[in-house]
Design a protein around this ligand. Structure first.
Ligand SMILES: [Zn+2]
Length: 324
């Protein structure tokens, strides 16, 4: 009787691996280093070996495994079961990931992009509370996203749905984005974006501020510092920067919500560590920008699973894939 799901959250330095039972409980977890040498060709064989070692160690037969799910960086071709352009894995050539797993294990195998998988994990076992329609926005070094509609991830015609970070949100004096465009949400609402705003608007603010002094003295600042000095010290310039930040973010979220009316818009990633301080401020602007039936029903919430979102999501793509 197949009852276990093997879930793998592959990253540039390590792969987090877990085994979930039918109650979505992680019954075993471990991690293996990601060896990106030899153009990343060792990565999948190492994951296969790690799964095999687990089965041997726990004396579990392959018949007890319902499926294997993998969240991975890069662009996925779902038809071919391949991944390309995962630069932190050294995968600039096409990798035949699904074939390698299926040769080793005669069980269903599913994979998806890491940002999508994290969104699905939060939808299933985190802040999404299993609502059918959920959008996750990850506020990290960049801004990532994942869209879940009717319980399933949305991929789009070219696997690029959920690129929320590249919504053009600033038109008047836009900052260059790493994607080649200007004025993307990522340039103002990532951790880097918060710093961009603090540097860009320094001459707009006349009052006393510790943050402003630090910038003028040439000290390094971070999104963490901006949000912390705003919340703890009520630093006037930090509060000014946070206000700009949440306004941009709320505009982007309102566009998503006005289009999809999801039950939850989940904020994840490093900046979401500011928790309720961030959430309540975003919500104030969000309510200004959304249609009335939408603001009453689409809720902004903070992600709950942290680093485990990817593992839960990798398991849920197996459940969802088997249902299709
Ligand atoms: Zn961009």
């Amino acid at each position: 009787m197949s009852k276990y799901i093997v879930a793998i959250d592959l990253g540039g330095t390590s792969a987090k691996m877990g085994v979930l039972n039918e109650n979505a409980e992680i019954i075993d977890r471990w991690s293996v280093p990601t060896d990106i040498s030899q153009e990343g060709t060792l990565i999948v064989p190492n994951l296969v070996k790690a799964v095999q070692a687990f089965l041997n160690r726990e004396n579990i037969s392959i018949e007890e495994i319902k499926g294997i799910g993998l969240g991975t960086p890069g662009t996925i071709n779902h038809e071919e079961g391949t991944v390309v352009s995962a630069y932190n894995l050294n995968w600039d050539k096409v990798q035949h990931v699904r074939d390698q797993f299926q040769k080793a294990f005669p069980v269903p195998f599913f994979m998806d992009n890491d940002a999508n998988v994290a969104a699905l994990g939060e939808q299933w076992q985190g802040a999404g509370e299993q609502a059918d329609n959920v959008v996750m926005v990850t506020l990290g070094t960049g801004v990532g996203g994942g869209v879940v509609i009717d319980g399933q991830l949305v991929h789009g015609i070219n696997q690029a749905a959920g690129e929320i970070g590249h919504m053009t949100i600033e038109f008047h004096d836009p900052i260059d984005c790493t994607c080649g465009k200007k004025g993307c949400l990522e340039t103002v609402a990532s951790a880097t974006g918060a710093v961009n705003l603090a540097l860009k608007h320094i001459d707009d603010f006349d009052g006393q501020s510790e943050l402003k002094s630090m910038i003028q003295e040439g000290k390094d600042i971070s999104a963490y510092l901006i949000f912390k000095t705003a919340e703890d010290n009520k630093d006037a310039y930090a509060l000014y920067v946070v206000d700009l930040y949440v306004d941009y973010l709320a505009r982007a979220l309102s566009h998503i919500a006005n289009t999809l009316n999801p039950a939850k818009l989940i904020l994840g990633g490093g900046v979401s560590g500011s928790g309720e301080f961030l959430r309540s401020k975003v919500e104030n602007y969000f309510k200004l920008y959304t249609f009335s039936q939408i603001k009453e029903t689409s809720k902004i919430v903070i992600a709950q699973l942290g680093n485990d979102a990817g593992m839960f999501g990798a398991a849920q793509i197996v459940n969802n894939g088997l249902k299709k």
